[in-house]
Each structure stands twice: as structure tokens, then as C-alpha cells.
Design a protein. Structure first.
Length: 501
């Protein structure tokens, strides 16, 4: 039985009727279950000893309408029942009394995704909790935020993994972001304007402007630089899209955009910037666009054909052009990304192998007289690899006479440990060109604090080996075509969350 069948059987055994109800093949169910296991709480009302709320699972998109009999109790958890009678959903609420009306919501749910392969569904279990602030009128309280996000921790198929959200554009949650952004101010630093006229031979004519600009509401710094040419009598608009805050993770939904303009003769300066704030309430993020301008006062010194003008600092005051609300909680919500280490290792574990080579002493006759050297390249097959190059594996003491009985430990190329499996061993049968590999590898792309250690085995029949023997060294070298790669699907893959590596 495959691992996935085992998972599915276990989940089905736990809650036979509910699983099929919770089964979902909506777009990206598997990806979303691994990356954003979470729920939305809507329609939270508390009145006459009962709480009602709607819960939507963001991965499976299943919804449940819940009623929780709280009575007059505060500070105790009351279980909720759903109209849909979903046994795979466990939810409870807690009201806190007094003037600061608040509530806690706890959720635990099991669901199944079959969007990757309908015959290989994956069962997920996650739990999470959130606090809500309530707005009360007479005897009825309602959640202050119409939509509340409950972030989850996965318990199955991986245990105790809390997938990381995106960090969001710089400064979005800095206290005061929203309030200070009403009166936008920028601070320019290290402003350098160079006017090099050239001498017609060795020194070439060039003009450049550079500076840093800090948005004081969010503490975000952009760097601006441009090279340009100015014809006599002209004062052209030198426009720059300034850099900073590059998202190497490709998970960010929003990024700060900074555009500036500089007029070299009149020293007029203008800025347009778009940034984001959700410091007051993550359920109510805003996108702010503002503009500002000033005339820069620069000190110039001329040295031969070059004039350098600079200023340490300049303040620019501006005004807000627009403030647009964004979808609730969208700032730290990651974009769906291609499968990374963890998802690939569970959904379709496979090594991409290449460059298999055996070097041996062609004149050695007796068994064990001269060990062979075996090497190959391997890489986890995944779409978002932290290290996008294969690991070089080798072992210099392979006894080929052993005929694929003994497991030889892998050693890795210098400096390759970070991308290499935690450990691996292989055995090789020359007669039937069979390479078997056992490996333990680690993924921490979902939750850096809870790495997952995987173990699996593969067996491959190698592509054709081309052999040649050197007459001078009597060394026989057999290798696969240097351009060929092959997939080695892993079997019997198991995993567990580890506390340290
Ligand atoms: C999710 O469910 C809601 C209502 O329950 C529906 O309107 C929406 O289209 C669904 N989304 C997907 C992607 O199926
Ligand atoms: C809740 O408290 C009110 C007034 O204190 C009382 O009349 C009512 O019976 C209580 N309800 C429950 C379910 O305990
Ligand atoms: C789906 O899973 C089944 C059962 O494990 C397997 O035989 C089949 O090849 C898979 N299909 C795809 C498209 O991966
Ligand atoms: C969720 O529960 C944990 C443990 O009880 C608690 O420490 C945490 O503050 C809770 N989180 C929220 C958002 O209520
Ligand atoms: C650059 O320097 C040259 C020589 O001093 C001058 O003629 C020219 O006007 C300057 N350009 C600007 C844009 O100030
Ligand atoms: C800012 O935006 C306005 C309106 O789109 C445009 O006219 C202006 O040139 C822009 N300024 C800068 C510095 O990009
Ligand atoms: C420069 O800013 C002032 C207010 O600070 C504004 O009145 C003026 O229109 C701005 N000029 C340009 C070119 O944007
Ligand atoms: C599903 O994920 C892909 C990237 O893996 C993304 O391009 C697409 O927009 C996602 N679809 C939905 C409905 O989220
Ligand atoms: C190869 O084996 C022969 C015979 O045992 C031996 O004399 C020779 O030194 C070996 N060559 C190498 C490079 O190990
Ligand atoms: C996977 O495990 C089963 C049962 O232990 C074993 O029979 C099988 O040979 C293993 N598969 C591989 C490729 O090692």
C-alpha cells in the first residue's frame, strides 16, 4: 500500500462520513493546505447565551455555520456544533466578560485534497486559534472585524509545522504607520550630483544624480541613481524608479514603489511613492500613494572638467494622493508559489540524477585488490529549489566484486553540505547497471523553526555507460552521457518533524 493510501485510510477510519464532505478539489487545495492552513471567521454574534459564527477553511474552501452554547459563562471554552454536522471540525469559543469585550476561537479540522491526483488524496489536519474584539450593543455582541483570520498549525501530514506567512512590504506594521502617513515626509540623504563635461579625449562627459530617500512614516529607505545627458540650455526631467526591498522569495503580494524626478539646472525635485499600512488592524490594510516636491540646495565644487554638487540631507513634505483599502489580511498573505522542498517530498518525491561514473584499475585481477571510484550528481526534484544545482556524490572505495550487496556511504563535494542530503548511501551492481540510493534529507521551507527530516530509497537502472581505458594509466572509465539526466522516484518515503539538526 502506498504511503498516501495509508494516510487516507487513517483519516477515513477516524471520521468516515465527514471526510467525504470535507473532500475538496478546489484550485490549489494541496498547495494552500501546506502554505496557508487557516480559516476565516465571519458573522460572529453573541446573544442570549449562544454564539453563532461561520467558519471557512481557506484551503479546502469548505464552510460551516456553527452555534456554541456559552450560557452566561465567561473564561471557559464552549464547544460549537455545526449545522453541516462536520465531525472532522472541532471548534470552541470563549467569551471574556467585563468592559473589554473579547472572544477567543479555537479550531481543529481534518480535510482531504485530491487536486493533485484523484487516486492519491492527501489528508490534512490543522489547528489554530485567534482572539476577536467585540462591539456590543444592549445584549448582542458582534465581532469588530467582519472577517477574522485564524492561522493554523499543521498536524498531518506533517506534525507541528506552522507555515510562515510573507513578511509584507517594509514598515507596513510599524506602529504609527497609518497615522503618520497622513502627513507624508521624506528625508533625502547623501545627495550627489556630478557634472563631468569631459575633455574630449580621456575624460568622458557624464552626468549623474544619486541619493537615498527615507519615508519617515515607515522607516523605509530606497536608493536612487541615474545617469543622463543634458544639452546646452536644457533642464530635462531626469526620472528614476528607485530600488529597495527586492522580494527574493517571490511570495510578496505587494511591494513599495518609489519614483522620483530631478531637474539638473533648476534643482527641482519630486517624488511619488506607494506604500502599505496595517499597523492598526491587519483586517483593514491600506495602500497609500503620496507625492512631494522641493528645490534641492546643493553645494558645488569644480575640479577641472568635473563639478560635484552635494548635500547631506534634505526634507521633502508632501501630500496623500490616494488611500485605498486592500482585502483583509492580504498584506502578509503569501502568493501561491511553485512546489518547494516539503510539498515535492510528500507529493512526488524524486531525485534527478546525472553524470554517473565508475573509474577502476583495468589491470587489477583479484577481488578486493583495487577499489573502484563511483560518482554521480543528484538533486531533489522540486520547482522552487533553494540550491538550484546538483550535489556531487562520490565514494572512492567501492568493491565492484561486491555486486550490489553492500551499502557504500556517500561523500559530498567540498562545500556542498548545505544542499546535500543529511546522509546517504548507495549500492551499485555493475552487471545489471543498477544504482540504489538511500537518503535522509531535510526541508525547512514551510517553517524554519520546525525542519522536517525525510527518508526514502530509490532503485534505478542507469542509462547506457560509455567506457574507455587509458593505455598509459590502465584506468578504465565508464560514464553516462554528460548531457543525460534521469529521474529516480523515491519509494517508502517517511518523515518526521525534528527539533534540531
Ligand atoms: C468557495 O466557497 C464560496 C462559498 O462557499 C464560493 O463562493 C467560492 O466560489 C468558492 N471558491 C472556490 C475557489 O471554489
Ligand atoms: C444568565 O444570566 C441571567 C441574568 O443574570 C439569568 O436570568 C439567566 O438565567 C442566565 N442564563 C443562564 C443560561 O445561565
Ligand atoms: C496517481 O496516483 C496513482 C496511485 O498511486 C498512480 O498510479 C498514478 O500514476 C498517479 N497519477 C499521476 C498523474 O501522477
Ligand atoms: C492561541 O493559544 C495559545 C495557547 O493557548 C496562546 O498562547 C495564544 O495567545 C493564542 N493566540 C491567540 C491569537 O489567541
Ligand atoms: C555642466 O558643466 C558645464 C561646464 O561647467 C556647464 O557648461 C553645464 O551647463 C553644466 N550642466 C548643468 C546641467 O549644469
Ligand atoms: C507623480 O505622478 C503624477 C501623476 O501621475 C505625475 O504627473 C508626476 O510626473 C509623477 N512624479 C514623479 C516624480 O514621478
Ligand atoms: C509641489 O508641492 C506643492 C505643495 O507642497 C504643490 O502646491 C505643488 O503643486 C507641487 N508641485 C508639483 C510640480 O508637483
Ligand atoms: C494556484 O497556484 C498557481 C501557482 O502555483 C497560481 O498561479 C494560481 O493563481 C493559483 N490559483 C488560485 C485559484 O489560487
Ligand atoms: C592496477 O593494478 C595493478 C595490478 O594489481 C597494479 O600493479 C597497479 O599499480 C594498479 N594501478 C593503479 C593506478 O592503482
Ligand atoms: C519498501 O518497503 C517494502 C516493505 O518494507 C519493501 O518490501 C520494498 O522493497 C521497499 N521498496 C524499496 C524500493 O526499497
Amino acid at each position: 500500500m502506498s504511503l498516501f493510501a495509508v494516510l487516507f485510510a487513517a483519516a477515513a477510519a477516524a471520521t468516515p462520513s465527514s471526510i467525504s464532505q470535507a473532500q475538496a478539489s478546489v484550485g490549489n487545495c494541496t498547495t494552500n493546505s501546506f502554505t496557508v492552513p487557516s480559516w476565516y471567521v465571519r458573522e460572529f454574534h453573541s446573544a442570549s447565551g449562544a454564539v453563532t459564527l461561520d467558519l471557512q477553511n481557506r484551503a479546502s474552501n469548505s464552510t460551516a455555520s456553527l452555534t456554541c452554547q456559552t450560557g452566561n459563562a465567561t473564561s471557559t471554552w464552549s464547544k460549537c456544533a455545526s449545522k453541516e454536522n462536520t465531525a472532522s471540525l472541532d471548534a470552541s469559543v470563549q467569551l471574556s466578560g467585563g468592559a473589554a469585550a473579547a472572544a477567543g476561537v479555537q479550531v481543529r479540522q481534518t480535510w482531504v485534497c485530491d487536486d493533485r491526483n484523484t487516486t492519491k488524496p492527501i489528508a490534512f489536519t490543522a489547528s489554530g486559534n485567534a482572539s476577536l474584539s467585540l462591539t456590543c450593543a444592549s445584549n448582542t455582541c458582534t465581532s469588530t472585524d467582519p472577517l477574522v483570520l485564524v492561522r493554523g498549525t499543521l498536524h498531518s501530514p506533517v506534525e507541528n509545522v506552522s507555515p510562515a506567512y510573507a513578511s509584507g512590504p517594509d514598515g507596513h506594521d510599524k506602529p504609527g504607520c497609518g497615522a503618520r502617513s497622513k502627513d507624508p515626509t521624506w528625508e533625502l540623504g547623501t545627495i550627489v550630483y556630478l557634472n563631468e563635461t569631459g575633455d574630449g579625449s580621456s575624460a568622458i562627459a557624464s552626468q549623474s544624480i544619486q541619493f537615498q530617500v527615507v519615508n519617515t512614516a515607515i522607516g523605509y529607505t530606497a536608493g536612487c541613481l541615474n545617469y543622463f545627458a543634458v544639452a546646452p540650455g536644457e533642464d530635462p526631467a531626469v526620472r528614476m524608479v528607485c530600488g529597495g526591498g527586492v522580494d527574493f522569495t517571490r511570495r510578496e503580494r505587494y511591494s513599495i514603489r518609489t519614483e522620483t524626478v530631478f531637474y539638473p539646472r533648476s534643482r527641482q525635485f519630486g517624488i511619488n511613492q506607494t506604500w502599505f499600512c496595517d499597523d492598526a488592524d491587519a483586517a483593514r490594510p491600506v495602500m497609500i500613494s503620496a507625492t512631494g516636491n522641493t528645490t534641492l540646495s546643493l553645494d558645488c565644487t569644480t575640479d577641472g572638467t568635473s563639478t560635484a554638487c552635494q548635500a547631506d540631507k534634505a526634507m521633502v513634505r508632501g501630500s496623500v494622493l490616494s488611500e485605498e483599502p486592500l482585502p483583509a489580511y492580504s498584506i502578509e498573505d503569501p502568493l501561491p508559489t511553485p512546489d518547494g522542498c516539503t510539498i515535492s517530498s510528500i507529493v512526488a518525491p524524486s531525485w534527478t540524477q546525472s553524470n554517473f561514473e565508475v573509474d577502476k584499475n583495468a589491470t587489477a585481477t583479484s577481488a578486493g585488490e583495487s577499489p573502484a571510484s563511483v560518482s554521480f550528481n543528484m538533486k531533489l526534484k522540486t520547482q522552487a529549489n533553494l540550491f538550484d544545482y546538483p550535489v556531487f556524490v562520490n565514494q572512492d572505495n567501492v568493491l565492484l566484486e561486491d555486486a550490489g550487496e553492500k551499502w557504500w556511504p556517500c561523500s559530498f563535494g567540498a562545500g556542498e553540505e548545505p544542499s546535500a542530503p543529511k546522509q546517504c548511501s548507495f549500492r551499485y551492481s555493475e552487471k545489471d547497471a543498477r544504482l540504489e540510493l538511500k537518503a535522509d534529507w531535510v526541508c525547512f521551507d514551510l517553517d524554519a523553526n520546525h525542519p522536517i527530516m525525510f527518508s526514502g530509497v530509490t532503485a534505478t537502472t542507469l542509462p547506457k555507460l560509455n567506457c574507455a581505458t587509458s593505455s598509459s594509466t590502465a584506468l578504465s572509465r565508464c560514464a553516462t552521457d554528460p548531457d543525460s539526466t534521469w529521474q529516480s522516484d523515491m519509494a517508502n518515503v517517511t518523515w518526521r518533524t525534528v527539533t534540531s539538526l
